[in-house]
Design a protein around this ligand. Structure first.
Ligand code: ASP
Ligand code: MG
Length: 411
């Protein structure tokens, strides 16, 4: 007998019919004799609707009250699913996160899970019941309701799977797995049979929005076998694990991209100790996240400094930088908010040379100018003009043969 945690996202429980379809699926799996815990999101659009309601009361509601409000969406779906299961003759019991109990810290709207008391769940499972748990929420040590950040039901599911030592955690969503890239950009994108946690983390943080990043970190830390599957069609989905498949050792696993980028440059900066801090300190103080950073080698005792920020922060960052420019006696500030980041990701590049050069050659042959480059052990990112995004993704997808299983690493 195996124990599974199944998580269904907002679209999978977006209507009465869909909740009934989920119930059918859960009942059939349960009938095979496995133990099943189900974690649900709110109906699609519900969390946004609740947030909009709050804004009509107050421009800045307290985060504590926000959590009391936005945790209700999940309470609705777990009760409805439990009823739908009863209707099918399947014993089930629904719980809020606080009842389970999922204990978190007190950082409202972005709480972290500290501990899970799984005794109640085990007791029900041992009686042959399906346990349905509201995702996205917990309680702090004073029993205040907390939520785990947008998309947090993924993290609830993984955390429960870790606590219960589940055999696998299945994330049912509206896509049938993790793809080599976004199929809306490259229709030849292929579903991956498996991907490592590290690769998935890079793909997720680089803008592939299949899973909440924190859930992948959690799964990696506790070695929870995580599978992404479609709630609407059958199939194996994509398994996220530690093991690299010996059969599928492609050089590159996928291409991720991020459209919401902007870059800023300050030129003619005196090349003195502390300058990087003087430039980025005020940006950090304004709570603006900086991604790529490049400082040139100094020529004539001055240097250029470029960094990227989220496009929404562009104008704010530029104003801050203009002030820093005056203070430092630097030459000028320039910027561009119509850039994108395209990255190739793969553990295969750790042990193989020539991947960066293949990437650069491919972009060059399409006439795409690279504005910035950054690398880590398992990824290479370039910044290019927004208008080249689709072309860059498709050209790289072809260059690394991703539509045919990827260019295989030579042993
Ligand atoms: N309902 C929450 C949200 O929309 C949590 C989730 O769906 O995972 O962010
Ligand atoms: Mg989600």
């Amino acid at each position: 007998m195996a124990l599974y945690v199944y998580k269904f996202g907002g679209t999978s429980v977006g209507s009465v019919e869909r909740i009934k379809a989920v119930a059918e699926k859960v009942k059939n799996a349960h009938a095979l004799g496995d133990q099943i815990v189900v974690v649900l999101s709110a109906m699609s659009g519900e969390t946004n609707r609740l947030i909009a309601l709050a804004k009509e009361m107050q421009a800045q509601p307290t985060e504590r009250e926000m959590d009391v409000l936005i945790s209700t969406g999940e309470q609705v779906t777990v009760a409805l699913l439990s009823m739908a299961l009863h209707e099918l003759g399947c014993e089930a019991c629904s719980y809020t996160g606080g009842q389970v109990k999922i204990l978190t810290d007190s950082s409202h709207t972005k709480a972290r899970i500290r501990k899970i008391d799984d005794s109640r769940i085990h007791a029900h499972l041992n009686q042959g019941k399906v346990v349905v748990v509201a995702g996205f929420q917990g309680v702090d040590e004073h029993d205040n309701i907390t939520t785990l950040g947008r998309g947090g039901s993924d993290t609830t599911a993984v955390a429960l799977a870790a606590a219960l030592k589940a055999d696998e955690c299945h994330i049912y969503t509206d896509v049938d797995g993790v793809y080599t890239t976004d199929p809306r950009v490259e229709p030849k994108a292929r579903r991956l049979e498996r991907i490592t946690f590290e690769e998935m983390l890079e793909m997720a943080s680089l803008g592939s929005k299949v899973l909440q990043i924190r859930s992948v970190e959690f799964a990696g830390k506790y070695n929870v076998a995580l599978r992404v599957l479609s709630s609407f069609t059958d199939g194996n989905g994509t398994l996220i694990t530690y093991e690299e498949s010996p059969m599928e050792s492609a050089l590159i696993s996928g291409i991720a991209f991020n459209r919401d980028e902007a870059k800023l440059t300050i030129t003619g900066v005196p090349d003195l100790p502390g300058v990087a801090f003087k430039i980025l300190g005020p940006v950090a103080d304004a709570n603006i996240e900086v991604d790529m950073i490049i400082q040139n080698i100094a020529d004539d005792a001055t240097t250029d400094f470029t960094f990227t920020v989220h496009r929404n922060d562009y104008h704010r960052a530029k104003a801050i930088l203009a002030q820093t420019c005056d203070e430092l006696g630097a030459r000028k500030v320039t910027g561009d908010d119509s850039i994108v980041k395209v990255s190739i990701v793969g553990v295969g590049m750790r042990s193989h040379a020539g991947i960066a050069s293949t990437m650069f050659k491919t972009l060059a042959s399409e006439g795409i100018n690279i504005r910035m480059i950054s690398t880590s052990e398992i990824k290479i990112s370039v910044v290019v003009d927004e208008k080249y995004l689709e072309l860059a993704v498709r050209a790289l997808h072809a260059a690394f043969n991703l539509d045919q299983g990827g260019t295989l690493a030579q042993p």
